[in-house]
Design a protein around this ligand. Structure first.
Ligand code: HEC
Length: 150
């Protein structure tokens, strides 16, 4: 009994480790920027909105709440650096949102918003050198979540 509980815990840790480092193993996929938008899904498939909500509010992933007020009532202290993100699904097309998550600097070179899907970032934690902050799947999940906010 005790033994199987221990095993389950060890398994849980292994799985959590695999998830939090998922972005590291990934090569960047190629994608096309068309007029400041990315029309095609990075994974070739629609994202999972529920997973995207979790990625957006995860402090070690999207951390969107550091800079944006969003309709996430369970977390306090949303940041005010960026504009409130209340109805992105009505304000933007999916292609426009994908561009802003992948690399907002294509739209505004001076933006403080991180480029979430880009290599060669400077002055980042060692584990992020040469790897994107979010995986292609996580980008698509966040885009799918934003599209639900209309
Ligand atoms: C370090 C701060 C910061 C973080 C973290 C951040 N953003 Fe932003 N974001 C900004 C700023 C500042 C802008 C304003 C546009 C600009 O600077 O060009 C912006 C703009 C946007 C816009 C366009 C809004 C508009 O009305 O123009 C969207 C959508 C957006 N962010 C979504 C996100 C999402 C989703 C996340 C998390 C995955 C995120 N942002 C993380 C700072 C941030």
């Amino acid at each position: 009994m005790k033994h199987s509980k221990l095993l389950a815990t060890a398994f849980g840790v292994a799985v959590a480790g695999a998830i939090s480092f998922s972005a590291q193993a990934e090569e960047l996929t190629t994608f096309e920027v068309v007029d400041g938008t990315i029309p095609v899904s990075l994974t070739g498939a629609p994202g999972d909105a529920e997973a995207g909500r979790a990625t957006a509010i995860n402090r070690k992933k999207g951390n969107c709440l550091a800079c944006h007020v969003m309709p996430i009532p369970e977390q306090q202290f949303h940041g005010l650096t960026g504009p409130a993100i209340e109805t992105p699904g009505a304000d933007f097309s999916e292609a426009e949102l994908r561009m802003r998550i992948v690399d907002a600097k294509v739209i505004n070179d001076d933006t403080m918003m991180p480029s979430f899907y880009k290599n060669g970032q400077h002055r980042v934690l060692k584990k992020f050198v040469g790897v994107p902050i979010l995986s292609a799947q996580e980008v698509e999940d966040v885009v799918a979540y934003l599209m639900t906010l209309k």
